[in-house]
Design a protein around this ligand. Structure first.
Ligand code: 2AM
Ligand code: CA
Length: 266
């Protein structure tokens, strides 16, 4: 088989096209930090422009496919069996602050299953891709989750509930439990990249709650195809519906799930 399926090539070309102007924007955002006006309108328009480029490019190549996208919501297509799940800028807060840790995330859902996925950070030009049954790649090189099996050696990423959202007390309880047992915790602020980093063995694990489907649709396939294990935080397969996720290798996943569940009961 060729390294990428035709549809993944289409997705990659769309992400690269939409990503180019974001690099220019990042430079502009560094200047905007010190202006009184602030970067928020600028970011909103970058977000909308990025999503428009992605939807235009993807629909040109695959007319009829539907969409679920952060800015536009659900767009029904003539073809009811396919839709793209799109996050134009995941890690918007980082982007707004001129921090080069954000990504375009695109997943293709076929008959309810995610079959192709990419997470692309334009600032580092790292393109993480996966196709169901064909493994995961970073810039065309095969990736695998880390082999580390001891929890006390693990570097674990998470997301902190935002002001006014989610359950801060539950997160505190989870963090307390996990922090006491692992080697370190990271909070980088872009769920799609956290999952891509688990898939490529940089992080040993990642958990977060209150996420939207477009934050995790692509990243969860990257982890699975990199031979990792992904579940919602009840241990089931309903990450996209529940908005919670735990990703790790097959040794650490059950151990961390137990720790997080115990925290819920404390
Ligand atoms: P976003 O940048 O596309 O909003 C960080 O914990 C993760 O949560 C990111 O993937 C981020 O995606 C998502 N998120 C969802 N709602 C958010 C909000 N109100 N503020 C910051 N991040 C949010
Ligand atoms: Ca997002």
């Amino acid at each position: 088989m060729a390294q990428y399926s035709p549809v993944l090539n289409v997705m990659m070309a769309a992400a690269r096209k939409a990503g180019k102007p974001l690099i220019r924007d990042l430079g502009e955002l560094e200047n905007l930090q010190v202006s009184m006006k602030g970067p928020s309108d600028f970011v909103t328009s970058a977000d909308k422009r990025t999503e428009k480029i992605l939807i235009d490019e993807l629909s040109r190549a695959r007319p009829g496919y539907g969409f679920l996208a952060e800015e536009s919501g659900a767009i029904e297509g003539k073809d009811r069996t396919h839709r793209f799940i799109v996050d134009p800028i995941d890690g918007t807060t980082n982007f707004m602050h001129g921090i080069a840790h954000f990504a375009i995330s695109i997943a293709l859902e076929r008959e309810g299953q995610i079959v192709s996925a990419l997470v692309y950070n334009p600032a580092t030009d790292e393109m993480f891709t996966a196709e169901k049954g064909h493994g995961a790649l970073l810039n065309s090189k095969r990736i695998r989750v880390a082999a580390r099996k001891t929890l006390s050696h693990a570097l674990v990423a998470t997301g902190i509930p935002f002001h006014g959202h989610g359950d801060a007390a539950r997160f505190q309880a989870e963090l307390d439990r996990v922090m006491g047992q692992v080697s370190g915790i990271r909070r980088f602020g872009a769920a799609s990249l956290d999952l891509a980093y688990v898939a490529s063995g940089r992080f040993d694990a990642f958990w977060e709650r209150d996420l939207a489907p477009w934050d995790i649709a692509a990243g969860q396939l990257l982890v699975k195809e990199a031979q990792g294990v992904v579940s919602d935080l009840n241990g089931g397969p309903d990450m996209l519906d529940q908005g919670s996720i735990l990703a790790a290798n097959d040794a650490l996943h059950p151990v961390l799930l137990k720790v997080l569940r115990a925290a819920g009961k404390s």
